[in-house]
Design a binder for this molecule. Structure first.
Ligand code: SF4
Length: 313
């Protein structure tokens, strides 16, 4: 079983929604329900979409340019972002994920909005705000001189790499936005955040990135310098791209003990819920629905969840 921070949060909010995403959804299954769950798993809010678009532009353009030692300007990033924004918006507004002949894995402009799928529509102001936020995020990256200098100084930089290790009976998966390796200094891990709401503490999430980097089977291109440092040595930076605030976390062994306790407790709950059964043997009815009805109003799986409830009635 795969465990991630987002899966743990989803499980605590609604076990049934977690089941739909993590056990039922399948990109390749012929079964109608599994395919539907997969398509619904693509739904997101406009603000979630614009955040992921920023992550992708920074990973694919900024980090790539840094790795190659190429110059990249704010205007370059804005232009690249605008192209993605227009293409994906068109795809999402026309709800194209349901086109039968479309191979989602081969299409690089896939986006889908929950509000469109469920007939609520998207307001022009939301779209305008999303584009404004993307521009602000790009502008602020170019104001983070210290962070960009650290990325430029690095001996090797990678973006969006999946790191996995076994712990507490599950495969823990983490995907840091950026890892910058240095020949004689600990690695730097950067987490881009595109949030307009308050200040949440991402200490445990950053700790997970550090622990995953230290324990995973390294990707082939990772430099062999990691064994010289422990996760408490790593530099961990949360970069808030809408406010322009950078927060560097200094973690000690107690933070990593807390993280391990959190992962172990969450993994134990998930393993108990699935009771050792394979995905194909699990049923939606075996998983508890949320205790907070307002969670249903934002849930991508409302359609199949409530269909199940109607069948049972
Ligand atoms: S509609 Fe509500 S109960 Fe059903 S999966 Fe979604 S959040 Fe859970």
């Amino acid at each position: 079983m795969r465990w991630s921070f987002s899966a743990a949060r989803a499980f605590r909010q609604c076990q049934r929604s977690w089941f739909f995403k993590n056990c039922l959804a399948s990109a390749v299954a012929k079964d109608r329900q599994r395919r539907t769950a997969y398509l619904l798993s693509k739904l997101q809010s406009v603000s979630g979409w614009r955040g992921r678009l920023v992550d992708r532009i920074l990973s694919e353009r900024l980090v790539l340019a840094l790795r190659r030692g190429q110059r990249i300007t704010k205007a370059d990033l804005r232009t690249a972002a605008k192209v993605c924004f227009e293409r994906e918006l068109d795809f999402a507004i026309n709800n194209r994920i349901h086109e039968p002949a479309l191979e989602l894995s081969k299409n690089d402009a896939v986006a889908a909005f929950r509000a469109i799928e469920y007939g609520h529509g998207i307001r022009q102001e939301e779209i305008a705000q999303a584009w404004q936020d993307i521009q602000t995020a790009i502008d602020n990256v170019f104001k983070m001189d210290g962070l960009r200098a650290a990325l430029k100084r690095a001996s090797y930089v990678v973006a969006q790499r999946s790191l996995q290790f076994k712990f507490a009976g599950v495969s823990v998966v983490a995907v840091p936005d950026v890892i910058a390796f240095n020949e004689k200094a600990p690695p730097l891990i950067v987490d881009w955040k595109v949030h307009s709401f308050g200040t949440r503490d991402y200490r445990l999430q950053l700790a997970l990135y550090a622990l995953s980097l230290s324990r995973c089977t390294p990707h082939r291109d990772f430099p062999p310098v990691l064994t010289e440092f422990t996760p408490t040595d790593y530099r961990l930076v949360e970069a808030q791209l809408l406010s322009g605030i950078e927060h560097e976390y200094a973690l000690d062994s107690a933070d990593f003990d807390e993280l391990e306790d959190y992962v172990a407790a969450s993994a134990t709950e998930m393993l108990a819920a699935t009771d050792g059964l394979k995905n194909g043997d699990l049923r939606a009815e075996d998983f508890a629905v949320t205790a907070w009805p307002n969670v249903c109003q934002r849930c991508a799986y409302q359609k199949i969840c409530w269909e199940k409830a109607d069948e049972a009635a």
